[in-house]
Design a protein around this ligand. Structure first.
Ligand code: GTP
Ligand code: MG
Length: 443
């Protein structure tokens, strides 16, 4: 199994385990954090990074106050997602393309890092987006370099330029640019010769060629199978060129892909693309948020995260505390149900989470179907009845039903729902007094 599959599978499994637990408490969170550490270390992520991220996940999961209607479970998943995304880079790097201008991108990297393959993959990536692409082979070192490139590029119908027998790469590159600029290409990609394993030489040669052709962007191709060591190349490159970005290849190739990705991200370099296989189509624009969402096996985690954030804006200050201190009236129940309904159908939120967890479906259904009727009923109660529904006997039930235009059965339903919730709340408080700062709707 490749790095991505391995990392993704184990993260996905950890998330699924969490989703299956009946209750997400301190113990469950600690176990998740342990899982996370094991998974990241197995993916060759630097041990300090692992400690940092797991500490943040644990602290935030245990201490942050839950927005109304949001379960501890959802919240933990959101925290996990945000923290992993954060350490791979918050924002995706922008593509350099400017419409109405020819963009030149030069690929550099040590021998065998994947430059030639990546050049064609990148060309294909832009071609699929409707752009007119050409490739220049400025590798005069590797025997048969131009043939290798042309063969690949021909398969996807991409124009190439090379000069057999010419030994000066700068000269070829300039010639090629001259030809292609006349022809109105959107993107010109320049493949270069494999440099030595020595980073200094690589940077030096890169500077020379880039002086000659003045590209809009220089992309450093790094072999992802070297794991954490990728950071040395990325850091050196980052210092030298402000127009540099990173293309991390062979992410599929070993267990070290996670290490390479995180180590390069930690240098502050812009990872723009990743290579995920040997085929021309195996290229992916690196968008940390999507990438992590997929790793965690969530259908649409961004939507879930947005919901949790939105609900946080509606958190009534002090109210949650008050409820947990034992005061939970009919009115509180009504308000909480309304908060759930405002968030949109709970079922939909749950359906975004594959993993076989059973939604306490009645709650959501009840909130959706009964709220209007409950409002009328509660409005027909006097203050004492709302504060202390125990005093509602059968004659009061009859009166409330008549006053609200609802049936006695519905009034009784409301009261029994309330009693159930109050009971759940109490038992939860006993079991998880520290952790559960929330109502029981989606426990
Ligand atoms: N699995 C996998 N293999 C890759 C990927 N990218 C490149 N390769 C393989 O890596 C090997 C080297 O690729 P090249 O594109 O020739 O590397 P290069 O940097 O141009 O090599 P030189 O020109 O000799 O410096 C080839 O066998 C490619 O198929 C990738 O993303 N995944
Ligand atoms: Mg090559």
């Amino acid at each position: 199994m490749s790095a991505l599959e391995g990392l993704g599978k184990s993260l996905g499994d950890a998330v699924k385990r969490l989703l299956r637990l009946p209750i997400v408490d301190e113990k469950a969170i600690k176990e998740l954090v342990k899982d996370l550490q094991r998974i990241l270390l197995a993916a060759d992520v630097n041990v300090n990074l692992v400690l940092e991220i797991s500490k943040r996940v644990e602290e935030r999961s245990l201490n942050e106050v839950l927005p109304p209607g949001i379960s501890r479970r959802d919240h933990v998943i959101k925290v996990l997602y945000e923290e992993i995304t954060r350490f791979l880079g918050d924002k995706p790097a922008k593509l350099t393309l400017e419409p109405a201008k020819t963009t030149t991108i030069m690929l550099v990297g040590i021998q065998g890092s994947g430059k030639t393959t990546s050049t064609v993959k990148l060309a294909r990536f832009y071609q699929k987006r409707g752009l007119k692409i050409a490739i220049i082979c400025a590798d005069t070192f590797r025997p048969g370099a131009f043939e290798q490139l042309k063969q690949l590029a021909d398969r996807v119908n991409i124009t190439t330029f090379g000069v057999k027998g010419e030994t000066n790469p700068e000269k070829i590159a300039r010639q090629g640019l001259e030809v292609f600029r006349k022809e109105d290409f959107d993107v010109i990609i320049v493949d270069t010769a494999g440099r030595h394993k020595n980073e200094k030489d690589l940077m030096e040669e890169m500077r020379r060629l880039s002086d000659a052709i003045k590209p809009d962007e220089i992309m450093l191709v790094i072999d992802g199978t070297i794991g954490q060591q990728a950071s040395t190349q990325a850091a050196a490159f980052n210092q030298i060129t402000p127009i540099g970005s990173i293309y991390l290849t062979k992410i599929d190739g070993s267990a070290k892909g996670g290490g390479a990705l995180s180590a390069v991200a930690a240098t502050g370099s812009k990872i723009k693309f990743i290579g995920t296989g040997e085929k021309i189509e195996d290229i992916e624009q690196f968008v940390p948020a999507n990438f992590v969402g997929r790793l965690m096996g969530m259908g649409d985690i961004q939507a879930l995260v947005d919901r949790v954030k939105e609900a946080a804006l509606n958190l009534p200050k002090g109210k949650t505390k008050e409820i947990l201190s034992g005061r939970f009236t009919l009115k509180d129940m009504y308000n909480q149900m309304e908060a759930i309904r405002k968030m949109g159908p709970l079922k939909k939120i749950w359906s975004m989470i594959p993993g076989g967890y059973n939604l306490p479906e009645d709650m959501a259904d009840v909130a959706e179907k009964r709220l209007d009727s409950w409002r009328f009923i509660i409005q027909s109660m006097c203050k004492q009845e709302i504060e202390n529904p125990k005093i509602i006997d059968s004659s009061r039930t009859r009166r409330i039903a008549r006053g609200s235009g609802r049936s006695e059965k519905e009034v009784k339903e409301l009261l029994s729902q309330y009693a159930t919730m109050k009971r759940m709340l109490k038992s939860m408080k006993r079991q998880h007094s520290k952790l559960m700062r929330r109502l029981p709707f989606s426990a």
